[in-house]
Design a protein around this ligand. Sequence first.
Ligand code: NAP
Length: 481
Amino acid sequence: MSKKHVTFIPGDGVGPEVSASSRAVIDALNVPIVWEDHIAGEAAFKLGFETGVPTETIESIKRTRCVLKGPLGTPVGYGNKSANVTLRKMSETYANIRPVREWPNVPTPFKGRGIDITVVRENIEDLYAGIEHQQTPGVFQGLKLITEKGCEKIARFAFEVARAEGRKKVTCATKSNILKTTEGTLKRVFERIAPEYPDIIAEHMIVDNCAHQLAKKPEQFDVILFTNMNGDVLSDLSSGLIGGLGFAPSANIGKDVAIFEAVHGSAPKYAGKNNINPTAHMMSAVMMLRYLGFLTEADKMENAIYATYEQGNVMPRDVVGDAKGCKTTDFTQAVIKNLGKNAQSIQARNFQPIKIPNVRSDIDFVKATKRHCAGIDLFIEHHQQPAILAESLQKLLADTPFRVKMLSNRGTQVWPNMGAEPDLVDCFRCRLDAKDPTRTITDHEILDALQKVSAQHTWTHIEKLNEFDGKAGYSKAQGES
Ligand code: NAP
């Protein structure tokens, strides 16, 4: 097989120790990898790179399209961005894969249940788009951004992972019962795509029940697909089921760039002590070998790690405690010695390369043939009862095509009064729709209305009530008819 170039970032804290372990095993396997050594994180911040990622590192990734990295600390007092986030966003690694499998000789309350799950988490969108605004001195808002394109990419990816790993089922877990537009899009796209994968069972589960089922009967899951925020939380919970962060590898995969790293951070209190568990990073390196097409070498490395645990005489500190825990370097040597050996109780699955989905790259991914603007939601800072604001808006908008349909506060309709008794705050959503529902509201009419309202009120933001191909692109308030 031809040589593959990999950008190698040792990372901060325990990073250099765990990443040296992975590299030592890969080198012992004589895998034809050319390492390009680069820095990111604290070392880069100290050299004055504001993003924590030097230009040389970026150029190397653009060449190699593959990164094996250690954890990067987020420094306090210098540097202003997370180098991790910079790396992931820069390379649009939209899919986060986290395998969760029971380990031999690693005691947990779930021992013997046969947990073997792959968590697939969308890695770019959702609340992690990081679009946050303060509406009033006491009201804060974060935008949950979900796209049809992002959902299509990650849903296809989850099915492709299931196929590559010879798995039978993908469970898509969402909060679509409440967040019908955002979380609901992943559910709808997942269900639309599922028939293209008739060999894989597709099921949907409400995400809170999924959390409950993970704690109650985790062995029922095969592949689980989550939006970003839910996946962040529940993938950590899943790792906890099988032994914790020492056993949590991950891959961040995009169309043609992939970043492999352990889930854990730089664990500063263990830095330089040669006693950190390198398993999570080693298993991330195994995932990298498979991604690069070194399937035999990946199986060999994974099986050698299993064999080391099954033998149980060189065990990391987080499994057997401080007194009996081995040195990181001794664990690494034990794995190298076990290359070519298999464990009796567990073996690497029969993996095939993941087919990265080919999703159209059009900016206007979904095209509507019919559009209609039914009005606006205008958010207004107001310190009195809602009826006073409603009456004022009715007067101000009397000569416009708008009527005041309803006011809500923290999502619940408070005018007209439906009997709700919410604890009010000073940010009201005022739904202003068209007096004549058959006509489309124009931008000119919106600007005119804004001018009239701002003569007496402080508005904070505005959303159009769009309908695409006859379907409302906005949700109703709690209690709205
Ligand atoms: P952390 O570094 O993950 O460490 C938290 C705890 O997890 C450790 O104290 C240790 O628990 C356990 N742990 C971590 N790695 C382990 C391993 N390999 N083997 C066994 N146990 C392990 O989290 P943190 O202390 O919150 O964060 C430290 C820094 O890392 C922060 O600057 C954070 O921003 C950064 N971070 C980076 C990444 C990344 O680069 N991807 C990810 C997360 C955090 P015990 O104390 O119980 O032994």
